[in-house]
Design a protein around this ligand. Structure first.
Ligand SMILES: Cc1cc2nc3c(=O)[nH]c(=O)nc-3n(C[C@H](O)[C@H](O)[C@H](O)COP(=O)(O)OP(=O)(O)OC[C@H]3O[C@@H](n4cnc5c(N)ncnc54)[C@H](O)[C@@H]3O)c2cc1C
Length: 449
């Protein structure tokens, strides 16, 4: 394989041990498994050529974006495996403000796209906590803090182009806001984790930057009161644009990390976007009433950009504050989502279970979508307890009618829940995988058990 790849890709292929290792790990899985080669694609033609060679010679391929996934998505499970790094396919091909549309290569990061859009008064809303590539975000159906208002990748990718095993390039969907034309194969690719084809172009839906933005930071005496406050806001139909939860441990970590003195109590962070000042004032005042009724004991509001930034600092720094609390430990991040009414009970379960297992960690998340994470600090000795914790939490989420993963995807770690969650539908997923990739060459062993 070495000679074959070198002959076809020359300087675009690497066998350097450090590069092989970097491409066989991710941010949340405890193990590194170096891949056998890394090809840095610079065009869809490079991708086509690699997938043509893979089909002919029978080697495995794992697409790679920014490597920020958390569930073992990028680790090779079969040999030989080539990591197909798409980060050099990073051109923004077109921005059409009149159609609220951008066309990008898969290696463009969300921050790079937004830097280009801002002067035009536009933005792309999907904002996972890492600066991921848009191809990787589509492949994991990423979402983030604004998903409660603007949707995740399913809602914001209008069409895409992918290269199939064998090298064929196919466009799925058209860049329109709605369509009833044929089977929706575009959506099949969103969340497919590199197991069906390699995304080489994305047509993205853009949004105008909101004219008025208000934020609220709200503290509660208990996490259940905070979760119930979140549910009350969602149940009211208020058009909230962000609704995030931090528990008291996250705020303690932030205070230690930043030297700040935030109240060390559970908190909600809310944001409202509107085109008129009057609308936003009435929305935030109604939200205040609901939050006070739910037991909020301190609410502060911010409207100017500087004040909003200061107010949300704790939310933005929470992950880094937590992982720096015990720099010598590893962190296991869980990710579940449940119907909104079940969120308070799952949050309480998550906190109680953490105490019961004697784990140190924190709860935070996008509670407006019924989605939250726990971040658990582990040592080699108690890593197994974090796995127990994650398994029990997911099982409880499934019992409550929820899903094993709200946004991080399946990778390796969540495969064991697929049969419980999807029942008969899992057989249809297997048939689809077989139809798209009959030799099983693309990211083998992921998503489907
Ligand atoms: C600090 C931190 C915070 C995070 N917060 C969030 C969050 O709020 N919301 C969220 O959704 N996620 C979050 N994540 C997880 C991660 O950022 C997302 O899953 C992201 O979408 C991964 O994108 P990536 O470019 O890093 O992809 P990678 O990690 O490189 O790849 C992810 C998967 O997509 C496949 N893939 C990559 N590119 C392509 C392509 N072009 N075609 C086909 N398949 C491809 C890969 O094979 C792999 O299976 C967070 C991660 C970290 C480290």
């Amino acid at each position: 394989m070495r000679e074959l790849l070198t002959a076809h890709f020359g300087g675009k292929v690497s066998f350097a041990p450090a590069t092989l290792a970097e491409h066989g790990r991710d941010e949340g899985y405890p193990e590194t498994r170096p891949v056998d080669a890394v090809v840095f694609a610079q065009s869809a033609d490079d991708v086509s050529l690699l997938l043509e060679l893979a089909a002919r010679d029978g080697f495995y391929v794992i697409p790679f974006g920014a490597g920020t996934s958390l569930e073992g998505h990028l680790l090779p499970l079969k040999r030989p495996t080539v990591s197909l790094d798409l980060s050099r396919m990073d051109r923004i091909l077109e921005v059409s403000p009149e159609d609220f549309l951008a066309v990008v290569e898969p290696g463009v990061t969300r921050e790079a796209l937004n830097a280009r859009l801002r002067p035009q008064g536009l933005f792309f809303p999907v904002d996972p906590g890492a600066n991921a590539t848009l191809g990787g975000m589509a492949a994991t159906n990423a979402s983030g803090t604004t998903t409660v208002k603007y949707g995740g990748m399913h809602q914001n990718v209008l069409a895409l182009e992918a290269v199939m095993v064998g090298g064929q390039r196919v466009r799925f969907g058209r860049p329109v806001r709605k369509s009833s034309s044929g089977y929706d194969l575009k959506d099949l690719f969103i969340g497919s984790e590199g197991t069906l084809g390699v995304i080489t172009k994305l047509y993205l839906k853009l949004h105008p930057l909101p004219a008025h933005v208000h934020t609220l930071r709200v503290f509660f005496p208990s996490i259940v009161a905070a979760a119930e406050g979140a549910y009350a806001v969602m149940g009211s139909g208020l058009p909230v644009a962000r609704l995030e939860l931090l528990d008291e441990n996250a705020l303690k970590a932030v205070n230690r990390y930043l030297g700040s003195d935030y109240p060390e109590r559970p908190a909600l962070f809310l944001e409202f976007h509107s085109s008129t000042e009057a609308a936003i004032a009435s929305e935030t005042s109604f939200a205040r009433e609901l939050l006070l009724e739910a037991g909020a004991d301190s609410i502060d509001a911010a409207a100017s950009e500087a004040d909003r930034k200061a107010q949300w600092e704790a939310r933005h720094q929470a992950y880094w504050a937590l992982v720096r609390l015990f720099p010598e430990r590893a962190y296991v991040i869980t990710d579940t989502a449940v119907p909104l009414s079940r969120l308070p009970s799952l949050v309480v379960y998550a906190q109680t279970l953490m105490d019961e297992l004697g784990l140190v960690g924190s709860i935070l998340g996008h509670v407006g979508d019924g989605n939250f994470h726990t971040i658990v600090a582990v040592t080699d000795e108690n890593y197994h307890l974090a796995e127990t914790y994650s398994t029990r939490l997911v099982k409880r989420a499934l019992e409550l009618g929820g899903t094993a993963t709200g946004e991080h995807g399946v990778g390796i770690r969540k495969k064991k829940f697929m049969a419980i969650e999807h029942a008969e539908a899992l057989d249809w997923m297997r048939k689809l995988k077989e139809a798209f990739d009959p030799q099983g060459l693309l990211n083998p062993g992921k998503v489907i058990p």
